[in-house]
Design a protein around this ligand. Structure first.
Ligand code: NAD
Length: 264
């Protein structure tokens, strides 16, 4: 353990299984000495999350459905009762009807638009509002986004619109909370095969395209995102807020790949 996070306590929201991005960040924070609490959505996931939490010494494993204010309140009340304060939160939560994560964005329904924005964007704001009261000395809040917020990606559709709103909310939240020394940042992760990603149409093709067309010629892992998450959660990034940090093998900087790459 390098001790970077020793003495820090954090809440990890969004672990579904050991392939979740939230789990990659949790492992990195734990390896650096952090004490962790976890939330899970629904009883079915409790069975998966509880043993993972236990494997990193996590004693607090709480149910939280972010569509329900009372559920979010209960989570933070328990954290307050058990810990008194909190140093960081990881928000790795998104949802949309998979029927609308294929085909055209123009056909998005009002119901799913509202639901997608509620779960994937508003929930982060709702969580920041609770967390800030437990951060008297400051803290770090991190959410997860995707390049589909910045550019049109096939099938990402309403989720791209939600991520754009999420990224914008990161800037507003950073401005609101900066004076309290609470930092708010987002990681824009490259495509990773997770439960949530399996709902996106033709995801295998997106993975392959990124592998072939990113500067590093590989896809990223949850460990790669974990390393960047650790930086944003720790004091190493103490001067950084409102930032969108890409962990995508550089995919976002490419306009068009050169085809004569061997000619140097
Ligand atoms: P995942 O399926 O492992 O995690 C998604 C989590 O969201 C699950 O734990 C699920 O329980 C939770 N969730 C959904 N609705 C919820 C609700 N109402 N209340 C509480 N929790 C709820 O998938 P992941 O890919 O690790 O996703 C984590 C985050 O990373 C998401 O925001 C996702 O959009 C983002 N992201 C994923 C990729 C990728 O390619 N996998 C790329 C960039 C960003």
């Amino acid at each position: 353990k390098n001790g970077l996070m020793t003495g820090k306590r954090g809440l990890i929201m969004g672990v579904a299984n050991d392939r979740s991005i939230a789990w990659g960040i949790a492992k990195a924070a734990y390896d650096a000495g952090a004490e962790l609490a976890f939330t899970y959505q629904g009883e079915a996931l409790q069975k998966r999350v509880a043993p993972l939490a236990q494997s990193v010494g996590g004693k607090l494993v709480l149910p939280c459905d972010v569509t329900d204010d009372a559920s979010i309140d209960a989570t933070f009340e328990t954290i307050k009762k058990e810990w008194g304060s909190l140093d960081f939160v990881v928000h790795a939560i998104a949802f949309s009807d998979k029927e609308e994560l294929k085909g055209k964005y123009v056909s998005t329904s009002r119901k799913n638009f509202t639901q997608t924005l509620d779960i994937s964007c508003f929930s982060f704001t709702a969580i920041c509002e609770r967390a800030r009261h437990l951060m008297p000395e400051g803290g770090s809040l991190v959410t997860l986004s995707y390049f589909g917020a910045e550019r049109v990606m096939p099938h990402y559709n309403v989720m791209g619109v939600a991520k754009a709103a999420l990224e914008c909310s990161v800037r507003y939240l950073a401005a609101d909370l900066g004076e309290q020394n609470i930092r708010v940042n987002a990681i824009s992760a490259g495509p990773i095969k997770t439960l949530a990603a399996s709902g996106i149409g033709d995801f295998r093709h997106i993975l392959r395209w990124n592998e072939l067309n990113s500067p590093m010629k590989r896809n990223v892992t949850i460990e790669d995102v974990g390393g960047a998450g650790l930086y944003l959660l720790s004091d190493l990034s103490r001067g950084v807020t409102g930032e969108l940090h890409h962990v995508d093998s550089g995919y976002n900087v490419v306009g068009m790949m050169r085809t004569d790459a061997a000619g140097d």
